[in-house]
Ligand binder design. Structure first.
Ligand code: ZN
Length: 583
């Protein structure tokens, strides 16, 4: 039913070791059943399923029947009690293609050598159901054409069926599909994979998110800066990114010098800090930037807006004295919780993780102890529950990660607060203390949304494209129910726009019911129906999501109520709720 809010099923998680076992069995099944068509190379697994790559031997992909045949072949191997075990250290010299793909862990499946990405141990439980979801071309590098089979596996038929029901719901909410349908953004082979182009409507959503965080940053005392996208490699050497991050950086030689496109915004902000002598009274210095960064992720790992090569971070850096760390963390944590709650993520659906000193680290034990205590103190004083991830901090400092659960039951990590002992040291940052001595400030990296792109993808899927009014690219559409009301419809749309509401009028020659369907299809929160009576009275008939409708609403009143709904960044359609309640 169009406009109805259908509640999604809770997520059914996949069993990763079982997926790894199924992926190994699939390689043997392919080698047995389609030896002339595909040569197995190896598989990787993640929480979406298994991905197996094959060298095509005939330039043809397996068809639907062959896919079903492979599924039953996997189950037959299990029924026959096939033996799956590690093959020990890899045999022979490293194969270039296999290393490129990362399939370096070898297993023996009933004597057949199959491969996996290292890091996941296949389960000893038997696979009871397997489903091939997709067979497609995969080009991991220029000139390399492979066939990729994507699928899932379960211990039982019932497990698969339950998952398929969830998957169907999740697929309807796929941000890549909705992004195209709602004309938000697109990806193009011509410009390269993982690089997003925002269309006018997508840019509205992006800008609304940025505007929201800009307000939060200002309240937190952050001053916005702008730094260039391309910086001389020298600075990436000072920051250490050149050595630690090089495989993900885009480097270019110009006029005999090397430059790097920024994978992070920190160095630019550090230079702002360094450009003045800072006294203990100047601290904290807080700088923020909606900084677009580029990280050359592997082609096979790109996934819509969730995994891109170019994205904008709501980045921020605070430079402070040790005694200021706890209060700063408290303020940031409060802001993160408030932002997440605005999108409906709160209570049991938000979790905090404190990561402490790893084995390999820089800085003294004392520095670590103090900073970790400050993070812990901030969490405790706010009465927040958190889990301690012993030894999971970065080598340069402890951190707090905030995870939240969306309406599909998936957990996401976007917000992060990271203490850094390394960069102040590498850049020789200082402030003049009360007694005139020079001291190192503590540096905190923080992001609330993390990546604007990724956060937008999560929101699109969470709301199944039906974004709250304040985020909707078009907030109201006026539809004349008679052609005689066209002029009034245009006038209403004009009034709405004057009041700062994103509105248009559908003056096409289609029938009103077709126009209404189209507006629902575009996920527009408010449809205003107008006829000769509304034109005479200066009113509108308001239609909202969930087939709620209120007739005879004075235009002025609608404008005031919807403006308040937008201003307060309401999660629900407060205006229609209020209009319905007033009788
Ligand atoms: Zn940073």
């Amino acid at each position: 039913m169009c406009g109805d809010d259908d509640a999604p099923n809770k997520m059914v998680s996949l069993d990763i070791p079982l997926l790894a076992r199924a992926a190994l069995l699939l390689q043997k099944a392919v080698a047995e059943r389609l030896p002339k068509l595909l040569k197995p190379l190896g598989c990787s697994v993640d929480d979406r399923g298994f991905k197996c790559d094959f060298m095509p031997l005939k330039g043809r992909w397996p068809g639907e029947d062959e896919a079903r045949e492979l599924e039953s072949a996997v189950l037959k191997l299990e029924e026959a009690g096939v033996d799956v075990r590690e093959a020990g250290s890899p045999s022979g010299p490293a194969d270039e293609l296999l290393s490129l793909l990362g399939y370096t862990a070898e297993y023996l499946v009933g004597g057949f050598k199959a491969r996996l990405e290292p890091g996941v141990k296949p389960s000893n439980s038997r696979v009871g159901a397997v489903k091939i979801l997709n067979i497609s071309a995969h080009n991991p590098a220029a000139g390399v054409k492979l066939v990729r089979i994507i699928g899932v596996a379960f211990e039982s038929r019932e497990g698969l069926e339950e998952w398929l029901r969830w998957f169907e719901e999740a697929s309807k909410r796929d941000h890549r599909v909705l992004g195209q349908k709602l004309k938000l953004f697109s990806f193009h082979e011509e410009i390269g994979p993982g690089l997003v182009i925002y269309h006018p409507r997508g840019q509205v959503v992006r800008e609304e998110l940025i505007k929201f965080i800009r307000e939060v940053n200002a309240e937190l005392g952050y001053e916005e800066v702008y730094t260039p996208h391309v910086l001389r490699s020298t600075i990436w050497k000072v920051s250490g990114h050149y050595y630690l991050y090089r495989d993900k950086m885009v480097l270019a030689r110009v006029e005999g010098e090397e430059y790097g496109i920024k994978p992070m915004n920190c160095p630019g902000h550090i230079l702002v800090y360094k450009s003045e002598t800072r006294s203990y009274r100047d601290l904290p210095v807080r700088l923020s930037e909606f900084g677009t960064v580029y990280r050359w992720e592997k082609r096979g790992e790109l996934y819509g807006l969730l995994r891109v090569r170019g994205f904008t971070q709501d980045d921020g850096h605070a430079f402070l004295r040790e005694d200021q760390v706890k209060d700063e963390i408290k303020a940031i944590l409060k802001a993160i919780l408030r932002v997440l709650e605005t999108f409906g993520f709160k209570g049991e659906d938000v979790r905090m993780y404190l990561s402490t000193m790893p084995e390999e680290h820089i800085g003294t034990e004392e520095m670590w102890a103090k900073a970790t205590e400050a993070l812990r103190g901030a969490l405790d004083e706010l009465g927040l529950k958190y889990e301690v991830m012993e030894g999971e901090g970065a080598f340069y400092g402890p951190k707090i990660d905030v995870h939240f659960r969306d309406s599909l039951g998936r957990w996401w990590q976007c917000s992060t607060i990271q203490v850094d002992f390394a960069l102040p040291e590498r850049f020789g940052l200082e402030y003049v203390d009360r007694d005139g001595s020079r001291r190192r400030p503590v540096m905190i990296h923080r992001a609330i949304l993390g990546s604007v792109e990724r956060f937008m993808a999560i929101l699109i899927e969470n709301f199944a494209g039906r974004l709250p009014t304040w985020l909707s690219p078009i907030q109201a559409r006026v539809i004349p129910v008679r052609s005689s009301a066209k002029e009034y419809a245009a006038k209403v749309a004009e009034e709405l726009r004057k009041a700062g509401i994103r509105a248009d009028a559908d003056l096409s020659s289609d029938t009103p019911s077709k126009k209404i369907r189209r507006a629902y299809g575009e996920a527009i929160p408010y449809i205003l129906l107008v006829g000769p009576r509304e034109a005479r009275d200066g009113t509108v008939t308001v239609r909202a999501r969930g087939n709620r409708q209120v007739a005879g609403v004075p235009l002025k009143e609608f404008i005031e109520r919807v403006k308040e709904e937008i201003r307060s960044r309401s999660l629900t359609q407060r205006a229609i709720e209020e209009l319905a309640a007033r009788g």
